[in-house]
Every structure is written in structure tokens, then in C-alpha cells.
Ligand binder design. Sequence first.
Ligand SMILES: Nc1ncnc2c1ncn2[C@@H]1O[C@H](COP(=O)(O)OP(=O)(O)OP(=O)(O)O)[C@@H](O)[C@H]1O
Length: 895
Amino acid sequence: MEFEEPNYFQLTLKQTRILLIKNWRIAYRKRVTTAIQLTVPFFFVLGLYLIQLAVDDALSTNDLFADTPSSFNNPISLIPKCIPHPSSGSHCFTFIYAPDDDIIQEFVSGVLQDNPHLGQHDVKAFPNPQAVNNFILANKNKTQAAYIFNSFTNGIINYDIQYNTSCANSWNGNGQCPPPIDSVIAPMQVSMDKQIMKLSNHKSSSHTPPSFIPNSISIEWSSGLLAHPKTKYYNIVSDLGSIFFFASLMFQFVLMLQDMVVEKETKLKEGMRMMGLKELAYYLSWFLTYSVFIILNVFLLIASGFIFQFTFFKRNDFGTYFFLFLLFGMSIICFGFFLSACLRKSQAATFIGFFLFILFSILQAFIPNLLYIDGKPYSIQAIFSLLSPIVFAKGLTDLATASNFAGLRWSGIADHTHVFPLLLVYRWMVLDSFIFLVLGWYIDNVFPGEFGTPKPFFFFLQPSYWTGRPSRLDFKSTTPSQSSQILNHSNLDEDVINEELKVKEIDPKNSNEFAVVIKDLVKIYRNNAFFRSKKDFHAVKGLSLTMQKNQLFAVLGPNGAGKTTTFSMLTGLFGPTHGDAYIYGHSISDEMNTIRKFMGVCPQHDLLFSHLTGREHLELYSAFKNIPVHRIDQEVEERLKEVGLLEIGDRFTTVYSGGEKRRLSVAIAMTGDPKIVFLDEPCTAMDPIGRRQVWNIIEKMKKNRAIVLTTHSMEEADILSDKIGIMALGRLRCLGDNLHLKSKYGSGYKVTVYLKSQGPSSYNNLALAKSIQAKIVNFVLQSVQGATVLASSTEHVTFSIPRDKTNELPAFLETLENNQTLLNIEDIDVNISSLEEVFLKIVEDTTNESKQPITQDKKSAASWKGCSGTFWLNVLLTILGYIPGVIHAIFVVLD
Ligand SMILES: Nc1ncnc2c1ncn2[C@@H]1O[C@H](COP(=O)(O)OP(=O)(O)OP(=O)(O)O)[C@@H](O)[C@H]1O
């Protein structure tokens, strides 16, 4: 099957489409979560409405808001007696006064007469205002108020009433502080003014009254409210709207972060990338999925606002708040992208998601009021505006304030008489979205984390990144050869050394002969992302190898040999530390995107979505492989049939048995007719029938493609492979086809001689059989030097023929056959050593070799520093490249 060379954008669109279908299918199947996700704004607006109702109810008993059909007046009360605050002693002055002259004392006596609950000890006289100040400064909270008489000139009496704002002297035991004008100032003024009036009426004074006061006037004071209907003055949206609206949209942010990090943590994302998923399609699909959620949320939020009749929605123009919500929603999706690129664990994602949710809720409640005011430098406002929740709260507060009046018109969004008008809020949210999108994309490429090949920090300048094809303009990283430093050739197999020499001669880019050429491949697992450490682990130590086209190459090795690490590098799960490999002439370091077009992968652990069926998985991967839409059904049917899953293809993979999941993984690997297929232990957890079935499939697959198989099953390798490489402790230990390995590393041949039956079991017959057995043993041991008896019974004897006597084997077997009658031999069976024996021998040879510390790696680092011409440039570029890495590292630490 030949598929046309895909156009990058067409393929991206196609993949985006199928990923969207996948996302919607999963969303549909997780109905409860999705329903909550979609309807959450309604519940937040409902909550806001209920709070509004509760507040309205509480205010309904207050005269200010209650229905007041006619005005009413309350007489001005008496001057309240100062009640000492528990913290400021046992006594306080209700008022003090200055100056201390006769006429003022006359006034004060009158005030005390009018306020019989007060006595002389509640007041205190001072000679002048300065003395009053000195007393107050020296005696904190011991005075409630003061009369300061300034002048009596030209018939004008000028006096001040000063009062204590600390509320300490109005302490009424329940912590409430009454408004000073009503409770203190008005009674003091009324009382004092009465005395002035009395004086003018000459009732009790011998002093001459000021000339402007008429003879005999009396006034009664009272105050009251105008008549008014019931008012709903309090607008809950002004105070709590920003938190509630913010929360209803931030919900999506937390869920998206969780969804994306789970796909990363469970390697599903990398699994899809290995099978040809385009990065852009991946991000686009999540962006579109969550954009739809956000748009639906925004409409529901607005609709709920209208249902509950909030003036915020009724008075402001629709566009003003619609764009505010929409742009904020988009900005949090982009912020989610950025965070998902920095996080690896879903647990950390949940924790950080909720932490940010709470942090922003708190910050946005007060920062905008302190920040977006006249006189604040724009630079400070700009820094905080990089966080879209803060700038969102500013926009929301403006709209809530406007809704207390006539509301904001769309034409007024750019009103520059406002500090930070709404148009600026929109622009900042667009800028925030862009910045976080770019940062997330950059970090994902340069610091892909555990999986993925890190790209150079200037990757976006390389034409190949955009075109998917290598270009002459691409910067090539030179990876120094390591094998000569790392390997000690003295204990290596000569086939391995020859292979290494052969690889050195090959020009992998232009050789048509090989499917895979591996050159000095090295993988060091770093303990620390930034520094070399003694805990770094050298998993693959300079592997050089070729694999032929149309052949199956089996990689064997004990646990920890480095098979999966090699496999992961070849399939692009992560990049090599040094060296390179070429698959059909394409480098795994630079051209993985090209390789993925013709590569199929069955990883060691099944990477399956629990809410998709087997058939849907194959549809998904068929789209990644650019199979035309009209051929996808046929492809899916064929793959399901091939692995025997046709009948259960429509079931969710969660109900598949271990073996069925493996078979589905094999089917996925074969989707799209790949030229090279990597199978990592494809038959684990399979029963013998399933295993045979998969072996048959692999056997058929071998025809037009190269297959790389890692396995622990010697039988599997023996039956399927054309060539075998056995690895141990990160190195290739031997290489060749099974016969070559068996004859080279096996103990030799096994010859089993079956004796003729001597009749029913009896003492005589047993003695006869023993003598025949002795004769045969004698004959064989004399015929072949070094032969040994492995096992014997009255029915057969098994001999081991040493490997160096293999050439004598045909002549010996002929002699044995010629003496068959004489020696009473029934049958002769010849077996070569098993692959298992070879494997055990190789592993045994390497058990004494300890895992090497990476001293050589330090040498290579030193030699790198030695390239002084480029050293400082490299240092500079590295430092620049690490800036986003520092941001990344902060999150990794939190992770
Ligand atoms: N992410 C990692 N960080 C550090 N060391 C690792 C990491 N992954 C693997 N290793 C180590 O590298 C060595 C090779 O591991 P690898 O998984 O390649 O072995 P393998 O041959 O595939 O083993 P198995 O047959 O058990 O799958 C092991 O010692 C393993 O502990």
C-alpha cells in the first residue's frame, strides 16, 4: 500500500479533526463530569443571586432601604456619655473644651444641665487649643470629643467640634461603632447652640449678648429621612461578581490542566506522537475542545445573569461583558497550556490548579482597586496585567460600577477619561493569551520532560521545524563519538567489533541496504536536569548496529540491559545523549517527524484510552498515519481481523484482558502499512494461542518491512528472528542469526540414543538393559573425545558433544547408525543447544562486570570545554536557552 506524501497542513487538519472526535467522545462518555463542566456557571450565578436575596432581606428592615411612604423625623438625642474602652482605663471625658473662660464655662454649665446624665467629672477645661492637643496626645483614647472656641469677633461665634475617630470611646460593648455625625456631633452642636441661644435671650446671664443674636428665639432640632419607596441599592455583583464569574470560568482551567497532564503522565501523548501525531494538531484539538466549553460557559453565564435579572447584564451593552468573559476564558486556556508544558504529574496539576484558583480569587478581590487608580505608574499596572485574572477583575469591577448607573455602552470601552479603560483590559488579555501560548509551546519543545526529544533553544529558527523536512539551513548538533571512550574492546565479541567497524564505514544517509543504522548510541539518564552528577546512569553505552530491510531483528537481554532505552530512542520517545541512529536514512535526532510517517510502534506498556473502543483507537491512529478517510474503515476491519479482535472491537478497552490489549497494541503498530515496526515485548500477558496468533501476524508482517522486536521469550526470538542481538549492561554482547549464536555460544550438540525395549520389567531384563546402556556409553565416549553423558535411563542415554567436535559429528552419527543393530539402538535424536543456553551463557559472562561509573562522560565534558573557539558562544546560548527552563524548573520542583 502506498499513500501519497502528506501535506503538513492537510495532515494537521485531519489529525485535529479525529482528535476532536476523540475528545468529544470521551466527554460524552464522561457524562456527569461534562454536565458539571458545562453547567457550572449557572450554579455560580445562582449562588450570587441567593446571596443578593439574603442581603436584600437583611437590608429590608433598614430605614434606608425599606418602603418609606412619608418622611419621619427623630429628635436629636442627648450627648452620649463616653464609655471607656476596656483597653484605655476606667474613665474618659465625654468632652473637653477650650478656652477656659467665664462665658465658655457658662455655655458648658448649660450643656451639662441639658444633659443631666453628665457631670463635671465628664468634662474638662483647657486654657487653649494647644493644651487640648497636648492632653489628647498624651492620653490616648481618654476623650470622646472637644469644643474649641475660636473667636467671638464681629458678632460671629466661631467654634469647632472635634471628635475621636478611633471609635474607642464610643465602644458600646458589642463592637459596633456608631456614625459620629449622628451620635456625637449633632447632639453636641445642638446642645451648644441652645446655650448660645439662651444667652442671647438673657435668661440666665449677666453678660452682654453678642449684638447679632435676636432677643428671645427658641429652636427644636430633629432630623429624618425623606419619604422613598423600597430601594434595592446594594449590587452584589460589585462586591462578589468578580470572584463568582471568575470561579465559573476557572473551573475549565483546572479540568483542562488535569486532562492534558494526565495524557502526558500516562505517556498517551508520546504514544500518539510516536505514531505520527503532529504537535500542532494535538494542541489545536485541546484548544478547540476547551474553547467550545468556554464559549458555552460564557453564554450560559450571560443567560443565567438575565434569568436572575442582574443589572450588570441588563444595563451594560452585551458586547462589553461578552468579550470580557470570552477573552478571559481564552487567556486561561492559554495559561493552562503553559502550565501543562511545565508539569508532569496529574496530582501536581490538580494541586497547582486549585492553588492558583484560590490565589487568583484572593488577589483579584483587592489588587485591582489598589492598582488601577490615578497616579499608579503604567509599568506596575502592566506587570500585574500579565496575569489575566487580575485584569479581568478590573474590567468586571468597571462594568459592575457602571451597572449601578446607566451601564456601559460599547462605544465607551475606549473612554480615556477612565483609568485603564475596558479596551485596554481586552488588549491585555489577548496579549496574555499570546505570551502564555508561546511560552508553553517553547517549553514543550525545549524541555519536553521525561519523554520527547529536547529541541535546541533556537529550534523555531530551523526551517525543518516548520516544513517537517531537513534543510541545508538547519543547524546540526555535533555529537561526539563515545564508544571508543566507553567500551573496553578486549572483552567484546568479534562479531560485535566487526559490526562496529562496518557501521563506521557506512554512510547511513545514503545507504539503501539497511533499514536501521545505529551509530555509537549512548543514553545517560541524568539525575538532575542541569548538572552532571554521580547518580547519572549510563543505560546504553555506545551501541553500533545495522538492521537489514525485510528482516526481523530481535533484541534480547536480561532486565535492565538497555533494550527499552534503545527502543525508546529509536522510536523518538526521548533523544540520545550522544550518537545517532538512522532509519531508512533519516536521523532520529533531527528527522523524527519524517520517520514517524513510516514507523509503527508497539510500546512495552499498552497506551490506550479507557473511554475509547478498540475500533476507535484504530480509527484515531489511521488518521495519524494519513490513511484517506474513505479507506479508514477497511483498514480498521483488516487490523482487527488480523489480531482476532473483530468481535470485541466495539468494546471499551477497559474491559479488554491483558492479552487483548497487547493484540490491540500490535494492531495499532501495524496501522498504515509502516516500513519499520518496533515491537517491545508484544506477547507479554498472552496465552499460548494468542501468542501463536501474534507470531503468525508478525511472520506475515515481515514480508515488506523491517521489524525490531525486543523480547524475553527465547522461543519467540528463535522462531521469528532473522538476526539476534543480545544486550547486557547497556552494550551489545553478541550478534548473528540463531544458528550462528547457538553454535558459537552453545555448549554444542545433544545426541539422545533410544534403547530397544527388552520386554516386560523383570530383574533379568533390567540387567540386560543396563549392560546395553554401558556398551553404548562406552562406544560413544571412545568415538568422540570430550563427549559426556548428560542423562541416562533404561530407555535412553543423552550425550553432550562439545562445540569443537561439531565437525566430527556427521562421521560419528554414521558410525552409530551402522552399529544400530549391534548396539540394540532403537532411534537416534540430535539437537543443537537452545537459545536459552546461549542467553544464559552471555549473561553469566557479564555478571561480574560492574555497572561503570560515568567517568568517561566527565572526560567528554572536559573535551567539550576544550573547544574554546565556540565555548563562550555555547555558554551564552545555553544561558539564554535556560531562562524559560528556570520557569520550567520551578514547576518541576513543585511537581
Ligand atoms: N528514567 C530512568 N531514569 C534512570 N534510570 C533509568 C530510567 N529508565 C531506565 N533506567 C535504568 O536504565 C537501565 C536500562 O533500562 P531498560 O528499561 O532500558 O532495560 P530493559 O533491558 O528494557 O529491561 P526490561 O527487560 O526489564 O524491560 C535499567 O538499569 C534502568 O533501571
